[in-house]
Design a protein around this ligand. Structure first.
Ligand code: SF4
Length: 322
């Protein structure tokens, strides 16, 4: 079997490269907390949230909802310009909670503020698949005429039994429908999956590659399961540690390669693993290793295995009506 796609020196389709292809330069993400909540916390679907969720673990220190969008962006731009001298263009990343969970009028106020910044070339909207509708998508589609617009849907798992177990408050079909509704509008569709959720076997996790490959998505982020402090999952883990199996770093690298060998080469990979500050961790971790180091280890293992993304991908299967 030979590798046919050309990703330069890489053996996988890297989202950072695709962004660079599009803009011709590197973009820095600025995380913004616009003060949204989510239907799984405000009582619409539930109040406890997903069992693994503690948003504090993901938010940078400059990012607080009591500050205006403009203030967060100004401070973020200043922070990044000092830290990475070459950072001159940015994507505003609305990460915390569900960033399409508000009335359209409010969404317009929030996102138009971000796009007033000349150096902000686009927005990334992290959200749940049950927080989108045609009217909101019409608005985001309109924005694509002038800016890069990405909607990141948390899929987390393709299995409803898992989604129930982690109290997601929506099923996999909802994710499929949201993605199909978003497709063909010029909106970049990003997604998340978590590997290692309780109850899923290695084979079941791997089988998701075929399912995900048939969705009209542009990019994906992978997270290894981590037990975060002050979550329902921490309590469950304390009571039932036997229900949780964690990948060692070495096992994870081979697992992720097995997964991307089955994944469509058309789907860009944005991240292979989640990074949580060790002070938030209540379960096993991989120490202080950073994502860029994990990327290097994956590249090295791909080479050792003479492998690449999509090596075993089969395009013919058809699981969804489009
Ligand atoms: S992970 Fe997202 S959807 Fe789940 S409770 Fe947290 S903010 Fe809400």
């Amino acid at each position: 079997m030979t590798k046919t796609l050309d990703w330069g020196n890489r053996r996988y389709n890297a989202f950072a490269d695709r962004l660079k292809d599009r803009f011709g330069f590197r973009l820095q993400k600025l995380t913004i907390d616009a003060g949204f909540t989510c239907p799984n916390r405000d009582g619409t679907k539930g109040i406890g949230g997903c069992t693994y969720c503690n948003n504090d673990a993901f938010n940078p220190s400059y990012c607080h909802p009591e500050k205006s969008i403009a203030q967060q962006l100004s401070e973020g731009i200043e922070f990044h310009k000092k830290r990475y001298r070459r950072a001159t263009s940015f994507l505003a990343y609305f990460q915390a909670y569900s960033n399409s969970w508000a009335h359209l009028k409010q969404l317009k106020q929030i996102y138009s503020q971000a796009l007033e910044f000349e150096d902000v070339k686009g927005i990334i909207i992290g959200t749940r698949p049950d927080c989108i509708d045609e009217a909101k998508l019409d608005y985001f589609e309109e924005l694509t005429k002038t800016h890069f617009v990405s909607i990141e849907y948390g899929i987390e798992s393709c299995y409803d039994t898992t989604l129930q177990l982690i109290n997601r408050g929506h099923d996999f079909k909802t994710a499929v429908e949201a993605i199909q509704m978003t497709a063909n509008r010029g909106i970049h569709i990003g997604t998340h999956l978590i590997f290692g959720l309780p109850g899923e076997s290695r084979e079941e996790m791997l089988a998701q590659a075929e399912i995900i490959s048939q969705l009209p998505i542009n990019s994906i982020k992978f997270h290894q399961l981590q037990i975060i402090k002050d979550t329902a999952m921490e309590k469950d883990y304390t009571l039932h540690p036997e229900s949780y199996i964690f990948f060692s770093l070495d096992e994870y690298i081979d697992f992720v390669i097995d997964f991307i060998e089955r994944l469509s080469p058309a789907i860009a990979i944005e991240r292979f693993a989640g990074e949580v500050p060790p002070r938030f961790l209540a379960g096993p971790g991989w120490g202080l290793i950073r994502n860029d180091q994990i990327n290097i280890l994956i590249e090295k293992r791909l080479e050792e295995r003479d492998s690449w993304q999509g090596k075993y991908f089969q395009a013919e299967a058809k699981l969804f009506n489009s």
